[in-house]
Design a protein around this ligand. Structure first.
Ligand code: MSP
Length: 656
């Protein structure tokens, strides 16, 4: 009977596109799951989306969609990101699915019946960003410590979960299970937190409609964490599904440090209340910043994993994330570092080694793996060095994946040194010696292909194919003296990467619109509120051109708008885009797209227009001016398919 390995990662909030943090966690969990598959375990790897709550409800509304339709669309992006990253999950649960909703309602009723959930009143400071209440001591300068925004005071009837009841049981459990909180150094932090006293937590809302209704009291919806955490068991078919029996408790739950408390305190207490076993380990990973800055929707620091994979391939990205950032610690992401790592360790490290060996085997043995002769001391050293599988396996089982990767690449470096030392290309007249050295290297590369496959699956597969071998199981990752086969023609398995710098204009999407209605802004003298048509969409814009145009001059006018700008409230009125106008010496003229259809795309040469939402800061990075009457980006004229974008001000006007 194979042993089982059950792993989960957090379910993501789909209020935006998948980002680097999500990608990081996908990749960690996938590498661990793949490792255990390679070890012969029966693996279950769960991912999913946390789709309810006020934040999603608001984002959907701003996008003009019903919450369900909105999350259905978002789910596609998350699944695409997982696919691009070569992540093979076993199941992808979405909390808006009936299989989740019904069971969460059952759980709530059970806890209510047994007195673990009771009704009370809640008044507190709530952050819609975190979907969490905060107490005064959590605040930084009176604001949410994570989002730095002012919190809302929310008072309402609410159900509470008796978290306080489980304080002692949890403390004892943590003390008795040294592997429960990983990395271990985080244990004291949580023991101290629990010692300070656990308070009962509010677990329902009457003010949020996009959530799971409490079955016996449907004006309440179940508060987001009590909805989200049980996904780990609803996905397995709790209470009596086959998978639940087989894969619960999870061996490890991978989460980021911002949500560790929910998984180390609230989730175990819920499991105690349900009389269910706790996961063996909760592993908390660190946060990734980008070039020293936090990922943030509001400042536009966003790295799109799909774009990165398009540019550099999934293995380079996976390798970098797993190797560069020590397990459990924060890290910083830059494309330059990704490229340096991939070129050094994948192209030069594995790629070169394989290429040199493969070329020699083709030229001296017709591509056939030669049989080894007598192994000399230097070969025996290499063989000894190749015995890393037990150590790598141990590191993977303590969730030190970066050290596991390091260990494999130490061996790759050793192989390259062995090759330089034995210089087989100089001994082509001594076929016996040549055969032995090349055999030793092929066998080492076969081991490397197996061991590296959970981290860089595509490249590892190519290495194995080129060697005429298969990636089998960990059991085969030891040096054998009888491997046979024929090598495929020598072909680089990993090409060197070059930095692909994106033109800031490639983020922007400009389109032609028509103004349908013009009203004065209710709270600002200089602003109009415009209703516009943008192809098959209707939008509202707030524009500061009141001093320069009368409403009748604007109505029916074709204009150019930034169509992918993040909606913003301008003096209390939402603006879903930005009208572009040129200004010079106090004269302001809106850009003229000519008589073309609404919705037409505006281009700057062959730069592909952006498809994602951008912030005003990102738009601010590009400078548009006029040259003659044409609007230009640098030297590139802005055009639709039918002609140039112009404006009634000559040379040197600034476009805003
Ligand atoms: N929906 C909750 C989790 C519920 S689990 C029952 C949530 N979602 S999230 O989308 O905000 O985050 C998903 C995971 O990504 C979390 O583990 C979080 O820590 C992780 N990351 C989010 N940003 C991150 C970085 N910048 N770096 C690394 N991981 C980070 O929280």
């Amino acid at each position: 009977m194979p042993t089982t390995f059950s792993i989960t990662r957090a379910i993501d909030y789909p209020n935006g596109r998948p980002h680097l943090g999500h990608a990081y966690e996908f990749v960690i969990a996938d590498a661990l799951a793949r490792w255990h598959t390679l070890a012969g375990d029966d693996v279950h790897f769960l991912c999913g989306l946390d789709e309810h709550g006020q934040k999603i409800e608001r984002t959907a509304k701003a996008a003009g969609k019903e919450p369900q339709a909105f999350v259905d669309g978002q789910a596609i992006f998350f699944k695409e990101a997982a696919k691009a990253l070569n992540v093979h999950y076993s199941d992808f649960i979405r909390t808006s699915e009936p299989r989740h909703i019904t069971i969460v309602q059952d759980i709530f009723e059970q806890l209510k019946k047994q007195g673990d959930i009771y009704k009370g009143n809640y008044e507190g400071l709530y952050c819609t960003g975190c979907e969490a209440f905060f107490t005064d001591k959590d605040l930084v300068d009176g604001k949410c410590p994570v989002h730095k925004r002012t919190l809302e005071t929310v008072k309402e009837e609410s159900y509470f979960f008796k978290l306080s009841k489980y304080q002692d049981q949890l403390t004892k459990y943590i003390l008795a299970h040294p592997d429960f909180i990983l990395p271990k150094r985080r244990r004291d932090e949580f023991l101290n937190h629990i010692k300070e006293g656990l308070r009962d937590i509010s677990v329902s809302r009457t003010s949020v409609s996009w959530g799971i209704p409490v079955r016996s009291d449907p004006k309440h919806t179940i508060y987001v964490w009590i909805d989200a955490l049980p996904n780990y068991i609803t996905a397995l078919g709790y209470p009596d599904g086959k998978l639940f029996k087989k894969f619960w408790p999870a061996d490890v739950q991978i989460v980021g440090k911002d949500i560790a408390r929910f998984h180390i305190v609230i989730w175990p207490a819920l499991l105690f209340a349900l009389k269910l076993p706790l996961p063996t380990s909760v592993h908390t990973h660190g946060f990734i910043n980008v070039g020293g800055e936090k990922l943030s929707k509001s400042t536009g620091v966003h790295v799109d994993p799909i774009e990165l994979v398009d540019k550099y391939g999934s293995d380079a990205f996976r390798y970098y994330l797993l190797r560069e950032i020590p397990a459990g610690e924060d890290g910083d992401f830059t494309e330059e570092n990704l490229i340096a790592r991939a070129n050094g360790d994948l192209a030069d490290g594995i790629g070169n080694l394989l290429n040199r060996v493969s070329t020699l085997v083709h030229s001296h043995f017709n591509g056939k793996i030669p049989s080894p002769n007598t192994f000399q001391a230097v070969d025996n050293d290499l063989i000894a060095q190749s015995a890393i599988v037990t150590d790598v396996d141990a590191l993977m089982r303590t969730y030190d994946w970066h050290k596991a990767v390091e260990k494999i690449w130490d061996f790759i470096r050793y192989c390259n040194r062995y090759l330089s030392f034995t210089t087989p290309w100089k001994h082509t007249d001594d076929k016996e010696r040549l055969a032995t050295v090349l055999y030793a290297l092929i066998e080492s590369l076969r081991i490397i292909a197996i061991l590296s496959s959970p981290f860089i699956p595509t490249t590892a597969e190519k290495v194995a194919m080129q060697l005429g071998q298969k990636i089998t199981t960990l059991k085969d990752a030891t040096f054998k003296k009888t491997t046979t086969g024929t090598l495929a023609p020598a072909k680089p398995v990993f090409l060197k990467l070059e930095l692909v710098k994106e033109d800031p204009f490639a983020k922007v999407n400009l389109r032609v619109a028509e103004i349908k209605d013009v009203q004065n802004h209710p709270n600002a003298d200089k602003l109009y509120v415009l209703q516009i048509h943008l192809g098959n969409e209707h939008r509202q814009l707030v524009a500061g051109i009141k001093a320069h145009y009368k409403p009748e001059e604007l109505k029916g006018k074709k204009i150019v708008v930034v169509s992918n700008l993040k909606p913003a409230q301008l003096r209390g009125v939402e603006s879903q885009g930005m009208l572009l106008a040129a200004e010079k010496k106090g004269i302001v003229k809106v850009l003229d797209p000519g008589n073309v259809s609404v919705g037409e795309q505006v281009f700057a040469d062959s730069i592909t227009p952006g498809t994602h939402e951008i912030t005003i800061e990102e738009f601010g990075k590009i400078t548009l001016t006029t040259k003659g009457k044409n609007v230009v980006y640098g030297t590139l004229e802005l055009k639709t398919r039918h002609g140039n974008i112009t404006c009634d001000i000559d040379d040197g006007a600034k476009i805003k």
